[in-house]
Design a binder for this molecule. Sequence first.
Ligand code: FAD
Length: 382
Amino acid sequence: MERRDFLRQSAFAGLGLSLMPTLLQSCQKDDLTVNFQGKVLIIGAGSAGMMAAYTLQQFGIDFEIIEAGANFGGRVKKITNFVDFPVDLGAEWLHDDPETLGEMINDPNANGTVDMISYQPESIMSWDGNSLTQLNTGSQFYREYKFKNTTWHDFFEDFIVPSIASKMHLNEPVSSIEYNGSQVSVTTTNNTVFNGDRVIVTVPVPILQQELITFTPALPSATTNQINAIDFPPGIKVFLKFSNRFYPDICSVDTLVPGEKIYFDGAFKKGANDHMLTLFYVSESASELTELSDADIFTSVMTELDQMFDGKATQYYLDHVIQNWSNEAFIQGSHSHSGSGSIAPVQNVYFAGEAFTDGASSTVHGAGFSGRDIARAILQGN
Ligand SMILES: Cc1cc2nc3c(=O)[nH]c(=O)nc-3n(C[C@H](O)[C@H](O)[C@H](O)COP(=O)(O)OP(=O)(O)OC[C@H]3O[C@@H](n4cnc5c(N)ncnc54)[C@H](O)[C@@H]3O)c2cc1C
């Protein structure tokens, strides 16, 4: 199921609850014949870039990760100082079975468990702009999980980053890539130059669509047409801390596409004392918020919540955090809504990331597996 379909369903699905420690030793390391001995440059340290690096590292292949931002993670990001549990500012759900985490680690020697919450909201409402409707939870069931005491960022930090951190270069925005089929040279805005034999580009789609990285020779039009056809709408999350809980587990707001704007209890089953309501808004219409100043975003959200809940938002308000993904210089939006599927490599230039996968597009694990699979293809000499 695509993430977009999940959002449609999750806004309405009726779901129970359980806690699940996830075993991380579920997979054997790959058995793969390596036909490549060179060096791979990886642009971007999001899920796709980190998983590509992790895979190459497992096979002893040299690589460098070149990341524009000050931290790894990309759209996987957390804060720890807002409420009494760590908060995912971007990706939050695991849109698959918990065993997926073991598949990502892919190491029989890995130790540890991750506590996952089976995300099965019990109180579900819908807001049409005038009135709240209690939805019948019905009999639908969809497997969705969240991290209980940790985050997606912690998952990478704990299990993936330790073995690749020494080859990760932060604060190095790539501005140009020169390639000739056998060699590749990558230059950053700091004029740092990295040389290698292959490059895996994992930057978000808008970075490519706006040609913020120049390719020499220019990418073929078939490739740029495929990239430019991808829909990548604006996106934002707003986190509101309240002294009381006055909201249901999840409340969808009527938009053109159901499930693209939802308020949900961000503390759901986390065993926390603090109360946090989260707005998730990813859609073309999300520009009604993403283009506002932070002060106006806050006012707009509080006004809507006060209408929905008879002024209780203002009554119980304590604090808030706004994560406007459309304003992030190295992201510039949310996630693909029409993943292009995998893109054929151009000589020794490869593409990976959430938009460039034939699997679970628009997800963290889908992005990660696309990075892993491209790394495997390079390892096999493809
Ligand atoms: C609001 C929101 C909520 C979401 N919720 C979920 C969820 O609950 N579950 C889920 O599975 N998915 C969710 N997603 C989607 C998920 O976050 C993404 O699909 C996934 O994280 C993308 O990984 P990636 O590696 O493809 O890209 P990214 O994580 O964007 O990584 C790309 C990296 O490239 C870097 N970069 C950009 N330009 C340059 C440059 N010029 N030079 C070098 N580096 C550069 C960026 O800084 C970034 O670190 C959500 C996304 C958003 C925005």
